[in-house]
Design a binder for this molecule. Structure first.
Ligand SMILES: Cc1ncc(COP(=O)(O)O)c(C=O)c1O
Length: 396
């Protein structure tokens, strides 16, 4: 049966300005903040039910009516999404959490959740006739853009810090992306991507600086609800860099409530950052609406080494509206939890997923979580992509 997207318009998350969804837009032309795709929720509520999902493709495009691509022919897919949601009981016992769940995004194509965002952005770019894309990346997003652009026969130019993981450089290069390494952090890479876009006519798909990557990431929220039989956990603990995943899930919960798919009891959202780069945690603790850029950002978890996020106000809003919070962890805690999760559960989490895990005992200790709550860890990628975090002589 033909699926029809209910995509309606784009809306600024800050000033509320509206724009057509059928022409290319990046950020809000009026205030420079983040644009969200908005859907005709009445049409979706009338024509798209939970039952309609039965028998659909087992990937994130099963939620097509609430996805931003009009013609299914334009979907560029490698089977992203519908990743396993594991009960991790041994890990739960180790931490004293009665019901601990882990959603393993390491099983996505390109071995990270970045596949979701880039599948959505590349698909929509193709539909809008944008065939040359550029982007800065801490690593995983570059690999994902390279893969999806290759799949679509499109051009990709990516900018990465020169100390980004080796696996990310290789995966971008073998997929034929033009890769430039930058002596600096992701913000410096972003300046170069913007210049490249302006000078050579490419479209810049930087995190939350175009409206569609977040639409891919939001499907994590839809899946969690579907996999939990249309309930949600009490808390979601998420390793936060640019924040697309956390704000995407929050958007998904809002949409599913409007569709009548879930009731109004949403999870507490917790953002986890490293002690060496914690702009959102600091802003949360200060009660600020926006975060200050973090000087000399440093951590073993490359995906959360993001000193400034354009969507800071959206992340902070989700944390506060949900009654959640923000927590830092140290690099040595991150490394030690990689080993504990692998040895207790057989799951080789990425350093960012280990950061989320490491935060849980701390959140329990300060009473932000209780041991009787259902807590969900988002493991955002595979540890196999970050082997350099281990000293070469370790554990073998
Ligand atoms: C493995 C991993 N985890 C987490 C993040 C942070 O993601 P977000 O931008 O959604 O906060 C990244 C981003 O690069 C990543 O690669």
């Amino acid at each position: 049966m033909t699926m029809i997207s209910c995509l309606d318009h784009l809306e600024c998350t800050c000033c509320g300005s509206r724009f057509s969804a059928d022409e290319p837009h990046r950020v809000c032309a009026d205030c420079g903040k983040v644009l969200y795709a908005r859907y005709d929720l009445d049409a979706a509520a009338a024509g798209f039910s939970r039952e309609a999902l039965r028998g659909r493709r087992p990937d994130m495009w099963r939620y097509f009516e609430m996805m931003p691509v009009r013609d299914e022919e334009n979907v560029v897919s490698l089977g992203e999404g519908f990743t396993p949601l594991h009960a991790v009981n041994r890990l739960g016992r180790e931490m004293n959490v009665e019901r601990l769940l882990l959603k393993d995004e390491g099983l996505n194509p390109t071995a990270s959740f970045k596949a979701r965002g880039l599948s959505a952005a590349v698909s929509r770019s193709r539909e809008l006739g944008l065939n040359r894309l550029t982007m800065p990346s801490a690593g995983n997003a570059a690999g994902a853009l390279a893969a999806y652009a290759a799949r679509a026969g499109m051009e990709a130019r990516v900018f990465m810090p020169q100390d980004a993981p080796e696996a990310n450089m290789q995966e971008a290069a073998v997929a034929g992306a033009r890769l430039r390494l930058v002596d600096g952090l992701i913000g410096d890479a972003g300046l170069l991507a913007r210049r490249e876009a302006a000078e050579h006519g490419l479209f810049d798909v930087s995190t939350l600086q175009e409206p569609y990557r977040v639409e891919g990431k939001k499907t994590m929220g839809y899946e969690i609800a579907e996999q939990m039989n249309w309930t949600l956990p009490d808390a979601i603990v998420y390793p936060t860099g640019g924040g697309t995943g956390i704000v995407g899930m929050w958007k998904a919960f809002e949409e599913m409530e409007a569709l009548g798919w879930i009731d109004g009891s949403r999870p507490k959202m917790f953002c986890v950052q490293a002690e060496g780069c914690a702009p959102i945690v600091s802003a949360f603790d200060r009660g600020a609406e926006f975060a200050d850029p973090w000087p000399r950002a440093s951590t073993v978890a490359p995906g959360i080494r993001v000193p400034a996020a354009i969507g800071d106000y959206l992340i902070l809003r989700a944390l506060r509206e949900s009654g959640g919070g923000a927590q830092t962890v140290t690099d040595s805690e991150i490394l030690s939890w990689i080993g504990k999760v692998a040895s207790l559960e057989g799951i080789f989490v990425c350093p960012e997923g280990a950061a989320a895990t490491a935060a849980i005992p701390k959140l329990l200790e300060r009473g932000a979580l209780s041991d009787s709550e259902t807590v969900l860890i988002l493991n955002t990628g595979s540890g196999l992509k970050n082997l350099e975090v281990f000293p070469s002589e370790s554990s073998i």
